[in-house]
Design a protein around this ligand. Sequence first.
Ligand code: BJW
Length: 231
Amino acid sequence: MERHLAKIVILTGAGISAESGIGTFRDKGGIWSRYDVKDVATPEAFARNPDLVYEFYNMRRAKVREAVPNAAHFALAELEAARDVVLITQNVDDLHQKAGSRSVIHMHGAHRTALCGACGARWDAPLEMSRRDVCPECAACSVRPDVVWFGEMPYHMDRIAAALETAEIFVSIGTSGNVYPAAGFVQQARRFGAHCVELNLEETEISDGFHETRRGPAGEVVPAWVRQIVG
Ligand code: BJW
């Protein structure tokens, strides 16, 4: 395989933003140890108690606005400038864009946009979202965070499937492999012949599916891996 010319598909998860001060979900002290998924990250939770869900995302949106990218985000932006890269993130922060990545597929949505649950319009999210907000397109009071909750279909699945089918290298960075369909991407990419690499602080649920695993903080292992690819 001509590694230097390969098409590289990258999947990132919460671990890549950990060193930027954004908490992960399932690590010790993570978001799901402080909040019950069923209270804040399902459509049913939003229907039952929208104020709690708005508060949860307002708090996280405010934190993300202050955050700055780390060496791992910058290394991936450098890689994108030098090679054929498709960058898929499960994260709803904008640290890849802040680091200079131009084309990012946000499969679980983004803090920076608001979504109208009635007409599907999107616009820049206000810092504080509330049930009083009105859609600028259709005037409905159905404004919600533009994120994918459990039981909802992740975004851009067609583009992602096409990328996985043509990947020569698939790299999974800082994701625990607990949440599908993202946790199944390594198997998809592998089936189509990609060399699969996992970069993570620890072993994960899906480590066995990779040809190669490297352990360590993203801020160290990602720049090292990128240097090896770019030369
Ligand atoms: C470091 C580090 C450092 C730390 N350096 N590394 C039964 C079986 C199979 C599937 C299902 C099932 N029952 C239900 C399902 C489906 C369900 C699912 O997967 N459930 C499982 C929990 C069982 N999935 C869905 O509902 C999804 N939709 C769906 O499946 O639609 C149908 C469909 C079918 C077929 C094809 C296509 C579609 C929707 C999932 C939505 C997930 N939403 C969330 C919230 C988004 C908004 C928000 O941010 O609030 O997405 S949940 C949360 O988990 C968030 C994340 O993106 C996602 C993944 O988490 P991630 O990124 O992996 O974080 P952690 O915390 O888990 O891991 C961090 C990792 O970093 C760890 O490994 C650390 O070691 C590492 N790390 N510091 C490097 N410094």
